[in-house]
Design a protein around this ligand. Structure first.
Ligand code: ZN
Ligand code: ZN
Length: 351
């Protein structure tokens, strides 16, 4: 198959509102040594994309094609690239590191020790385009039974939640877990992961409207707490404090999460939605022997395990809507207007 020379990409040349995102014709990228060129089938839209476009991350490459949740087919290989063949169904990881340091060699390029890991669709061109070139070390072949649309959102939702709950939190069957911000994209997928792990799941949300989705996704209990005071209610419902709290919100609820966890329990901090600081009396951690743990993104190994579970139907990736890529700016506009759209996926080639 001969590749076209130009393609359509949804790009930004300067930070701004949804109108900054515009379709333009650009050259199809050439895969460099060790890279894979992917013909994009779907690309997920994440709130992170809105932040990038709006200028929250000033070091973003400019101009840049947005999109860090990509699935598609391999259409060309760079020099010396092994492990893939043209036509393979694949998805991408979010971060690219040096590829050779111990963390990268272990498939955890998000924690590269040699360079600041590059974020797909921010530090280099991403998936709101017909083609994207990425390092083969950050590409994963899809098993049978995993659809391209669900694969597009798998890293940013299921992958993030799996690494947080299982990899960092050590969640095991029979334990109780509290998930704050349970109705958001990561929160809902964390419910799915925690259930599949055999845990008792309590979702915390701020309104009755969001509670329904959280119940549907399988939470055993839902605590509606507009004032973000949920520790007492969690204890009432469970009869005990939680083994693990997954903090998806960040500063506004972190202290309450420390109250909700049991002696010797773990609080895993995943979210930082308001980017604010929080003060924590060290006594909380000392007297309860709480482990306070950070979490960033999943490893290639974790993602492969998850794709296996997804293919066997043990987990769900919850795509809420599939929209043509030409409407990317419109999707941003709707999300920015406050609409909670779940995980929207842009259709590029489809499949
Ligand atoms: Zn994301
Ligand atoms: Zn590295």
């Amino acid at each position: 198959m001969s590749l076209p020379e130009v393609m359509t990409a949804q790009r930004i040349h300067e930070f701004g509102g949804p109108e900054a995102l515009r379709a333009e014709q650009v050259p199809v990228p050439q895969p460099q040594a060790g890279q894979v060129l992917i013909e994009v089938a779907y690309c997920g839209v994440c709130r992170h994309d809105l932040l990038t476009r709006g200028g929250a991350f000033p070091r973003a490459q400019m101009p840049v094609t947005l999109g860090h949740q990509v699935s598609g087919h391999v259409s060309a290989l760079g020099e010396g690239t092994t492990g893939f063949a043209v036509g393979d169904r694949v998805m991408t990881m979010i971060y690219t590191g040096c590829g050779t340091c111990p963390q990268c060699a272990a498939g955890m390029e998000a924690l590269c020790s040699q360079q600041t890991p590059a974020f797909l669709g921010e530090d280099h061109d991403g998936g709101y385009a017909e083609f994207v070139a990425v390092n083969a070390s950050t590409v994963i072949a899809l098993p049978e039974g995993v659809g391209l649309a669900e694969a597009a959102i798998a890293t940013c939702t299921l992958g993030t939640a799996y690494h947080a709950l299982i990899g960092r939190g050590g969640l095991t069957s029979g334990q109780t877990v509290v998930i704050t911000g349970a109705s958001g994209g990561v929160g809902l997928h964390a419910i799915s992961i925690a259930r599949a792990a055999g845990a008792q799941v309590v979702g915390v949300v701020s309104s009755e409207e969001s509670a329904e989705r959280v119940r549907e996704m399988g939470a055993h209990e839902v605590v509606v707490s507009p004032e973000r005071k949920f520790a007492k209610e969690v204890r009432n419902r469970l009869g005990v404090q939680a083994d693990l709290v997954l903090e998806v919100i960040g500063a506004p609820t972190l202290r309450e999460s420390l109250h909700a966890v049991r002696l010797g329990g773990t609080v895993v901090v995943l979210g930082n939605v308001e980017g604010k600081e929080v003060s924590i009396p060290p006594a909380y951690l000392i007297l309860k022997e709480i482990s306070l743990v950070g979490t960033k993104s999943c490893s290639v190994d974790e993602m492969q395990q998850l794709l296996g579970s997804l293919g066997r139907g043990e987990l769900r990736a919850d795509v809420s809507e599939i929209v043509p890529v030409a409407q990317a700016a419109e999707v941003h506009r709707r999300m920015e207007s406050g609409a909670n759209l779940g995980r929207v996926v842009l259709e590029v080639k489809g499949g």
